[in-house]
Design a protein around this ligand. Sequence first.
Ligand SMILES: *Cc1c(COP(=O)(O)O)cnc(C)c1O
Length: 433
Amino acid sequence: MKGEKNKLKKTDNISMESYLIHGIFRTSKWDYDHNVVPPLSASVTYRVESVERGLSGFKHFINEHSRRVRKRPTYVYDRLDEPTRSMLEERLAIVESGETAFCFATGMAAISAALMVSLKPGDTALLHKTMYGCTFSLSSNWLPRFGIKSVFVDMTDLNELKNSLTPDVKVIYFETPANPNMELIDIDKVVSIVDKENAKRKRTHRIRTIVDNTFATPRCQRPLEFGVTMVVDSLTKNIGGFGTDMGGAVITSKKYEEELMMFRKDFGGVLGSRSAWHILVYGLSTLIDRGNKQQNSSQKVAEYLEQHPKIGKVAYPGLKSFPYFAIAQKQMRDFDGNFAPGNMIYFTLKNDTEESSNKLLGYIAKKAYSITLAVSLGHIRTLIEKPGSLSHAAVPEEVKRSARIDPSGIRLSIGLENPDDIIADFENALKAI
Ligand SMILES: *Cc1c(COP(=O)(O)O)cnc(C)c1O
């Protein structure tokens, strides 16, 4: 078993559940034969055997065009590369079906990196208009300062996407499911549109497709398998899972390794080893089991909400009434090929007013035991929030309207509690309004 594990390759017939627990404990970059739990290294700097050896370690990062010698890396300084983070990156690359992964301090740091290495002044980023509030702020407030244009389009309408492909478009960016309203983008169809366009372009002018996979996680969906260029994940959410640490990752192919490594070295938003260790040891190793339970509970809660007379619409990919049910069936699949609609629900009240949604959430904040009023998502605790007032507060009203974010819509992230307790909390809260 030990010998097998040391030689484990992506193609070996080991299930993802087992791989995420055991990893590979001896590689050219780390060796923990004796530790059952991967060790946490906490050293900012590394002793080098000689000036020459230290220099060769640095050279991997000095300029974009140097070939990184992967055989025996020299650790020099934490911000460049570090073994605990390396172990997490190796697992993230495999679980997301990529070749390489880079971890950052937060999801936003990872998103910034993916966008900034892919764009330069004069370029345009096309973004699906429904997205996380800070990504909207990054693309509308910050990218223009660097001479990059952000254009927000409705990618649920593929014709609109096709018609927006001007020659300066270099990045297509979307979340699926989109935060907060659960809209799905057909990854396969977007990739074929981009491939067709890229076939007409020079190598240097090709479009990169970047997908934020935070809501789904690789347990439900692996966009790289559909041919997108890069995937970004907020590790703060479902992957970290316990709500103790922030983190983010970019997962892609080796082709983009050098630019991402250099960007991270120089912009510096690297993931600390202690957070990497938590995410590796607790988060990633339990991702599949947490996700399966949360998904079963989500189906139950979504079905309960859907039949409740005080509830308006319920958007959950596992419901037959979900407008993107067919796309969900196609692209949201777990490692065994089973339908995997995830643990995120978006709903409105039938009496869709600010007042009634505030009343519901106020009641839950004070009286509910299993549901917590808080932003963030993908934790072992069920979290509820109102995007219009909280996570998406930075998005201007008219943009929210066009992005189909209802002013009083409610986002729900199902945790590990008994689903009957979550439903009982809703039953009481809905009675009270
Ligand atoms: C939370 C979130 C992010 C940002 O992640 P942080 O770790 O908080 O920086 C990005 N995208 C989506 C979809 C998110 O929900």
